[in-house]
Each structure stands twice: as C-alpha cells, then as structure tokens.
Write a protein of this length. Structure first.
Length: 749
C-alpha cells in the first residue's frame, strides 16, 4: 500500500486542530478567526510540544486560494448600487479614518527605524478594521439593530473596497520600488480603467448567460459555474498585472447583481469557510514567540496606536461626516482593531519579499490583542463621551453636535442643472470611451494578425479598421448623442439663450472624441495623411448620428445592460420582497399598495376573484397574486385564490383597512422570465382619434385584450376616482393604467 501524500497528512492535522480549537473558542464566545490563528500556532514548527506541518509551501498555496475565495464571497455581499446610495457621509468618514491611520502607522514604523517599505505596508495594515470581528462583537452585545452600528458597517464596507484598491496600489509600489506621483496616478487610472471595463462587460454578459441556462442549472452546476468564473477572473486579473484576489472580488461584485446571487452565496459559503480556515491557520503558523518577545515594545506601541488612533481619528471621521459627538464616539471606539485584510496585506508583502519577516507575527499579535479589547472599547464609548461632555465647554459640545445639521444642509443643497448634466455626460463618455478603447485594443491585437494571414496588405489593414469602427460604432454614437435629449439639457436650452452655445460646445467635444478614436484606428493601420483621416472620421461620425439602425442597436445594448443591472431588484419586486417602483407615484394621489396574506382557514380560499367581488365590496384592486416563486400580474376574474397566496392590493387607507382580512399563496414552478413581469404605471390621455372614445371600460377590452388595469380617472393633481365598468370614455379623459411594459406599449399604440 502506497504512503499517504504529505499534503493530505498536513490537511488532516490542520483541520483536526482547527476544529478542536474553534470549538473551544466558540465555547468562550470568541471570534473563530482567533481560533484558526491559535490552531496555526499549535501546528507550526515554533511549537515543539505538538505535531507540526511537514510541507508549508503546499499549505501557503491553499491559503492563497483561501484569500481568493474570501474576497470572492466579499464581492458577492457587495453592491456598487448600495455604495452609490450611501451618499457622501460614509465616504468622508472612511477617507478620514484610512488617511489618518495610515499616517500614524507610517510614523510609528519610522520611529522604530524600519525601512520605508515596511512602514508603508504597516500603514496599510493599521488602516483596516476587521468587519468580521466588529460584526461578531455587535451581535454578541445585542447592538446590531442600533443606528450607530449601521453607520459602522457602512464604513467597513467602504474600507473593504478601499483595501482591495490598496492591495493593488501597494503591489504597484512594491514592484516599482518607489511611490512617485506619476506611478501612483498611472496605477490609479489603470485600476479605474479595468474595474469599469470588467464591471460593464461582466454585467452585460454574465446575467444574460445565467438567464439563458437557468432551466439547466441546479445547485451543483451553479456552484461549479460560479467558482469557474471566479478562477477565470483571477487568471485575467493576474494577466493584466493585478492580484488574483482583486479579480475574484470583481467577479463576486458582478455576480452580486444577478438573480442567482443569494443562491451562489449559500453554495460558496462552505468552500469559502474551508479555504478561509486554511488561510488563517497559515497566518498562525508564522507567529514566532521569539519575535514577539523581541518586538514587545513595537507591539505595545502599535496596540496603543490603534486603540487611541481609532478612538480619536475614528470619532473625528464620523463627526466630520455629520454624526453627533456621542454617535461619532460610539462608531470610532468600535473600530479599534485590525483583522483579515491586515493579514492579507502582510502576506502579500511577505510573498513579494518587500517586507521583513518580523512584520507578520507582530501584526498578528497586535490583531489578537486588539480583538480581545474590542468589546471593552465599545462599552467605553459612552462613559468617555460623558467625561468629555462634563469637561468640555458647553458651547464646544453644542457646536460639535451642530456639525450634523451643517452637513445635512450641505448635502441637500440646490441641484444645479449644469452640474447634473456635466456629471452625467462625463460618466457616459468615460464608460463608452473605455469600452471603445478595449474593443480597439482587442481587434488590433488579435483580429489584425488573423486577417493578415488571409488577406494581403493593405486590404487586411483597411478591413480590420472598418471592422473595428463598426464594432465600436454603438459606443461612439452613445458618446455623442447620449443626454442630448435629457430633461436637464432641454431645460437649460429653453431657460436661457446664453446656455445654447455651451451646450453645443459639449456636443462638439464629444464629436471630437469620437473622431479621435476613428483617426487613431486608421492612423495605426494605414499611411494616409492626417487631413484625409480626420475627414474620414467626420464623415463616419455623421453617418453614425444619422443611422437609425445604429441608434436602435445602441439603445438595445444599453437597455439590456440596465435590465441586467436591475435584475436582482426586479426579482425582489416580483417575489414581493420589495415594492414596485411606481408606488411612490401612487402615494402622491392618496392611494398606495399593501401586501395581505389570507389565513389558511379563510373562506376566500378556492373562490375566484369574480365571486369575491373585491372591488365592489371594498373598492380595492388586486394588482398581483404571488405564489411562491410565481407572480401573476393583473389577475382575471376567474383566477382562484389558494391558501398561502399573497396579494398586492391597491387602494386608500380606509379601503385597505377594511380589506385587510385576506391573503393567499401556493407553490408554483420558478418563473424563468420574471424580468419581463415587472409592473409599471402609465398615464394615458384619451384623444379625439382614440379608439376608446365612446366605449365603456368593459367594452374597451383594456383588461381582457391588453391585460392592463385602469387604476383610476385623474381629477386634479392629487386625487384619482374609480372607473366603473359601464363608464363611457370621453375625449380628454386622463387615465392611470397599470400593466406589464409590453402590454402597456400595445395599449398606448
């Protein structure tokens, strides 16, 4: 019988020791991360009284995989849309805390005579608080539902994102050996370019792919597909000069916008836990007691730096972002520790050979000490505030607390139309320029050598140029035409004649950008004069602007991207976890949507909507019936209600209160095209040429033929009246109609 491989023996030792130690830490109500680190120390060569790992190199490879899957899971919990909705307050707090803590870390490192690279990496480690440890502390202390805990978690999410960028920046600094301004700017632009490119292309392709194979995918295949995409993105990220962890995070954030995100999170969780445990065990294996004793003074100094630095600068960051003094101190005191990303940054520096060996055990020891101090720091925040409030002048405390109102008023400043329009145009131009540049680089790198083998020069170059321009033409047209018909553009154009010349200038600038792309492509491929190439570019741009086919193609691509980006939100609306977007407009007209659940013993069960006569009895409209994963919009009168159904009902407060005794639900097969089931609200004006003039609501067929529902007849700006089946439509009637988009489009035609 052959011997068991060394790797299997090492894994057995690691997992058994990790299991035993984490059970002990679970009993002691301590974070499992510390248990893994302790297990790593026990199986390391530094612990002579226990068995140790034989081949540490293999374990480090598995640990690298653990980092990759950990960041992949972090990306699955992350949403760019949530970050954008947070506003400026968490961003201000995060940037303040990270900058101050990095500066403190660098200064402390220099005070001990460490080299510049050690100091820079140390600053990055000290700037990152531990999401896992803080979340666990809030959970154990029953603070998760408090307002300040939500503020802390928002900042931690941003810190995690900043940590990803910081890892790329530190790797660039370490590779270049210097942190010059030009290199830093180049690295930032490179990160931004690939981040936008990957996110836009990923959101366009991956949700479409998953939607196409939804009927074929079960839990097993979805797990394999998700991990395969993670590893693929890690390979791509490494190929362009970033870390595999960065690529894994990007893929996780892309998958986070798909309908399958929650299922992927559940499936990937065991894989992440396994490899994550191996990573943290490998962290513990590098802890050398002799190093800890030798560097006891720096360890103590770093602990004090984190505790006092976060207490002061963390509180300051939240205070500047608009929180009251008490809330800011509770937030700042909660973040006085370092954790997972500090280990990842340290291991990256160690792997690249740019930081000293002693940094790793020092940082791990500091993390362990600050983790144990975390609950005490959280409890100390309120007493510290009481002491501060007692000793500070009342006017100071009042001014510090009034920073909240100042920040809030600043954030609610009047919206400048020019500012909105220019921001939208800039974002649009940057995104489409990145897509155009990426497509151009791909064609010149791969398609040109291929076509040269088939067609002789110069025809191969000309054909490649035309193909490239054709490929990027929807993007170039979007650069020029997007936002030219927006509300902001129209208002500025009509409000003031002096606005027209600057508005025309914005169009001309975007035309120049589009012409520059065409000029660059043909200038690279041909030997024609610059004047001729510019003329060709202008002609092509004019053709793009006038082409209706290209306009349709550009709009279709953008709508598909928006649909993919919103698919998870639509899925939440379809399954009743989120209200439809049009509810806000109904609230302006004294009616709203409410969810009702019919009891299982309700007499309504088994009866049709027609038999129940809900509209005549209660004055309400049933807009949707939800049965498990199936949604039925605008149900007919012969639709039967079943026990367990959930109803979305439209009415005013009094009507809904009377109706509130009914609800129904039952299991249906998954709706594989739920993106198409989104309900929308439209305003419909009956004109003189309209075919509904002179017809009653029942004769019009709005419900039976078009599968739409008339919510009410507009009477003034703030009220809607019900439309009875025998109401005869007249010229000038303004109706509010609910239905699916395709049905509404048919109705409006």
């Amino acid at each position: 019988m052959s011997d068991l491989p060394v790797l299997v023996k090492d894994l057995a030792l690691i997992l058994i020791m990790a299991g035993i130690v984490t059970l002990v830490f679970k009993k002691l109500k301590q974070p499992l991360v510390l248990g893994y680190i302790m297990a790593g120390f026990l199986v390391s060569p530094h612990m002579p009284y226990t068995m140790s790992v034989i081949d540490q190199q293999d374990i480090h490879i598995w640990a690298d995989i653990g980092v990759m899957f950990t960041l992949f899971s972090l990306g699955l919990d992350f949403s760019f849309k949530k970050i954008l909705k947070m506003g400026a307050a968490p961003v201000i707090a995060t940037m303040t805390i990270v900058f101050c803590m990095m500066t403190l870390g660098i200064l402390v490192g220099h005070s001990f005579g460490w080299n510049s690279m050690n100091c820079v990496f140390l600053g990055g480690m000290l700037a990152m608080s531990s999401t896992t440890i803080i979340y666990k502390a809030f959970d154990d202390m029953g603070l998760r539902q408090q307002q300040f805990a939500g503020l802390v978690m928002s900042v931690l999410i941003l810190e995690d994102i900043l940590a990803i960028v910081m890892m790329v920046m530190l790797a660039a600094i370490a590779g270049g050996g210097a942190a010059g301004g030009g290199e830093m700017l180049q690295s930032i632009l490179r990160i931004g370019f690939f981040l936008i490119l990957w996110f836009v292309v990923g959101i366009f392709l991956i949700p479409y792919f998953l939607r196409s194979v939804r009927k074929l995918v079960n839990n097993e295949t979805l797990l394999i597909v998700a991990l395969g995409l993670c590893c693929f993105m890690a390979v791509v990220s490494t190929a362009v000069g970033f870390s595999s962890a960065f690529g894994a995070f990007v893929m996780g954030s892309i998958l986070a916008e798909t309908i399958e995100a929650e299922k992927i999170i559940r499936l990937v969780e065991p894989v992440k836990n396994l490899f994550g445990a191996i990573f943290f065990v490998s962290v513990g294996m590098l802890v050398d007691p002799q190093v800890i004793v030798s560097y006891a003074l720096p360890i103590l100094a770093l602990v004090l730096t984190i505790v006092l630095g976060q207490a002061i600068f963390g509180s300051l960051g939240f205070l500047i972002s608009g929180q009251s003094l008490k809330s800011a101190m509770r937030c700042g005191f909660s973040m006085a520790q370092i954790g997972e990303f500090s280990f990842i940054i340290a291991s990256m520096g160690l792997a690249m050979g740019v930081v000293s060996d002693f940094i790793y055990p020092v940082v791990v020891t500091v993390s362990v000490i600050t983790t144990f101090l975390t609950p005490y720091m959280i409890r100390a925040a309120v007493p510290a505030y009481d002491v501060l409030e007692t000793h500070l002048p009342k006017s100071w405390v009042r001014r510090l607390n009034h920073l909240t109102g100042h920040t809030a008023s600043a954030s609610k400043g009047e919206k400048n139309l020019w500012k909105q329009l220019l921001i939208q145009m800039t974002v649009n131009t940057v995104i489409y320029s990145i897509l155009s540049a990426a497509a151009t680089a791909t064609m010149l790198t791969f398609f040109l050598p291929f076509i040269k083998r088939l067609i002789p020069s110069p025809w191969a170059e000309v054909l490649c140029g035309l193909a490239t321009v054709s490929l990027i033409s929807p993007f170039l047209r979007a650069i020029i035409m997007k936002k030219n018909h927006s509300e902001e553009f129209k208002q500025l154009w009509t409000q003031e004649r002096f606005n027209r010349l600057p508005l025309i200038f914005t169009i001309m600038v975007r035309i120049v950008i589009a012409v520059a792309f065409i000029f660059y492509i043909f200038n690279r491929l041909t030997q024609f004069s610059s004047a001729l190439l510019i003329s060709v570019g202008v002609v092509m741009v004019v053709i793009m602007i006038l082409s209706r086919r290209l306009k349709h193609r550009s709009i279709t691509l953008e709508r598909m991207f928006i649909l993919n980006l919103r698919s998870r939100d639509i899925e939440a609306q379809v399954h009743g976890r989120r209200r439809p977007l049009y509810e806000g407009r109904l609230l302006d007209r004294n009616i709203h949507i409410a969810d009702f659940e019919v009891p299982y013993d309700s007499l309504w069960s088994g009866k049709t909507l027609k038999q129940l006569a809900l509209r005549s009895r209660f004055g309400v409209h049933v807009s949707s019936i939800l049965r498990a994963n199936h949604r039925l919009n605008i149900p007919e009168g012969d639709n039967v209600l079943f026990p367990g159904d959930r109803l979305q009902v439209i009415g005013d407060d009094e009507q809904l209160a009377v109706f509130g005794r009914a609800l129904v639900e039952e299991t249906y097969e998954d709706d594989n095209e739920l993106e198409k089931r989104e309900m929308k609200l439209r305003r419909m004006v009956i004109s003189g040429a309209n075919k509904f003039v002179g017809k009653t609501l029942e004769q019009s067929g709005i419900r039976h033929i078009y599968n739409c529902m008339v919510v009410g007849l507009e009477e003034g700006l703030e009220s809607l009246s019900q439309v009875s089946p025998d109401y005869c439509f007249q010229k000038g009637d303004v109706l509010w109609v609910v239905g699916e988009e395709d049905d509404l489009n048919r109705l409006m035609e």
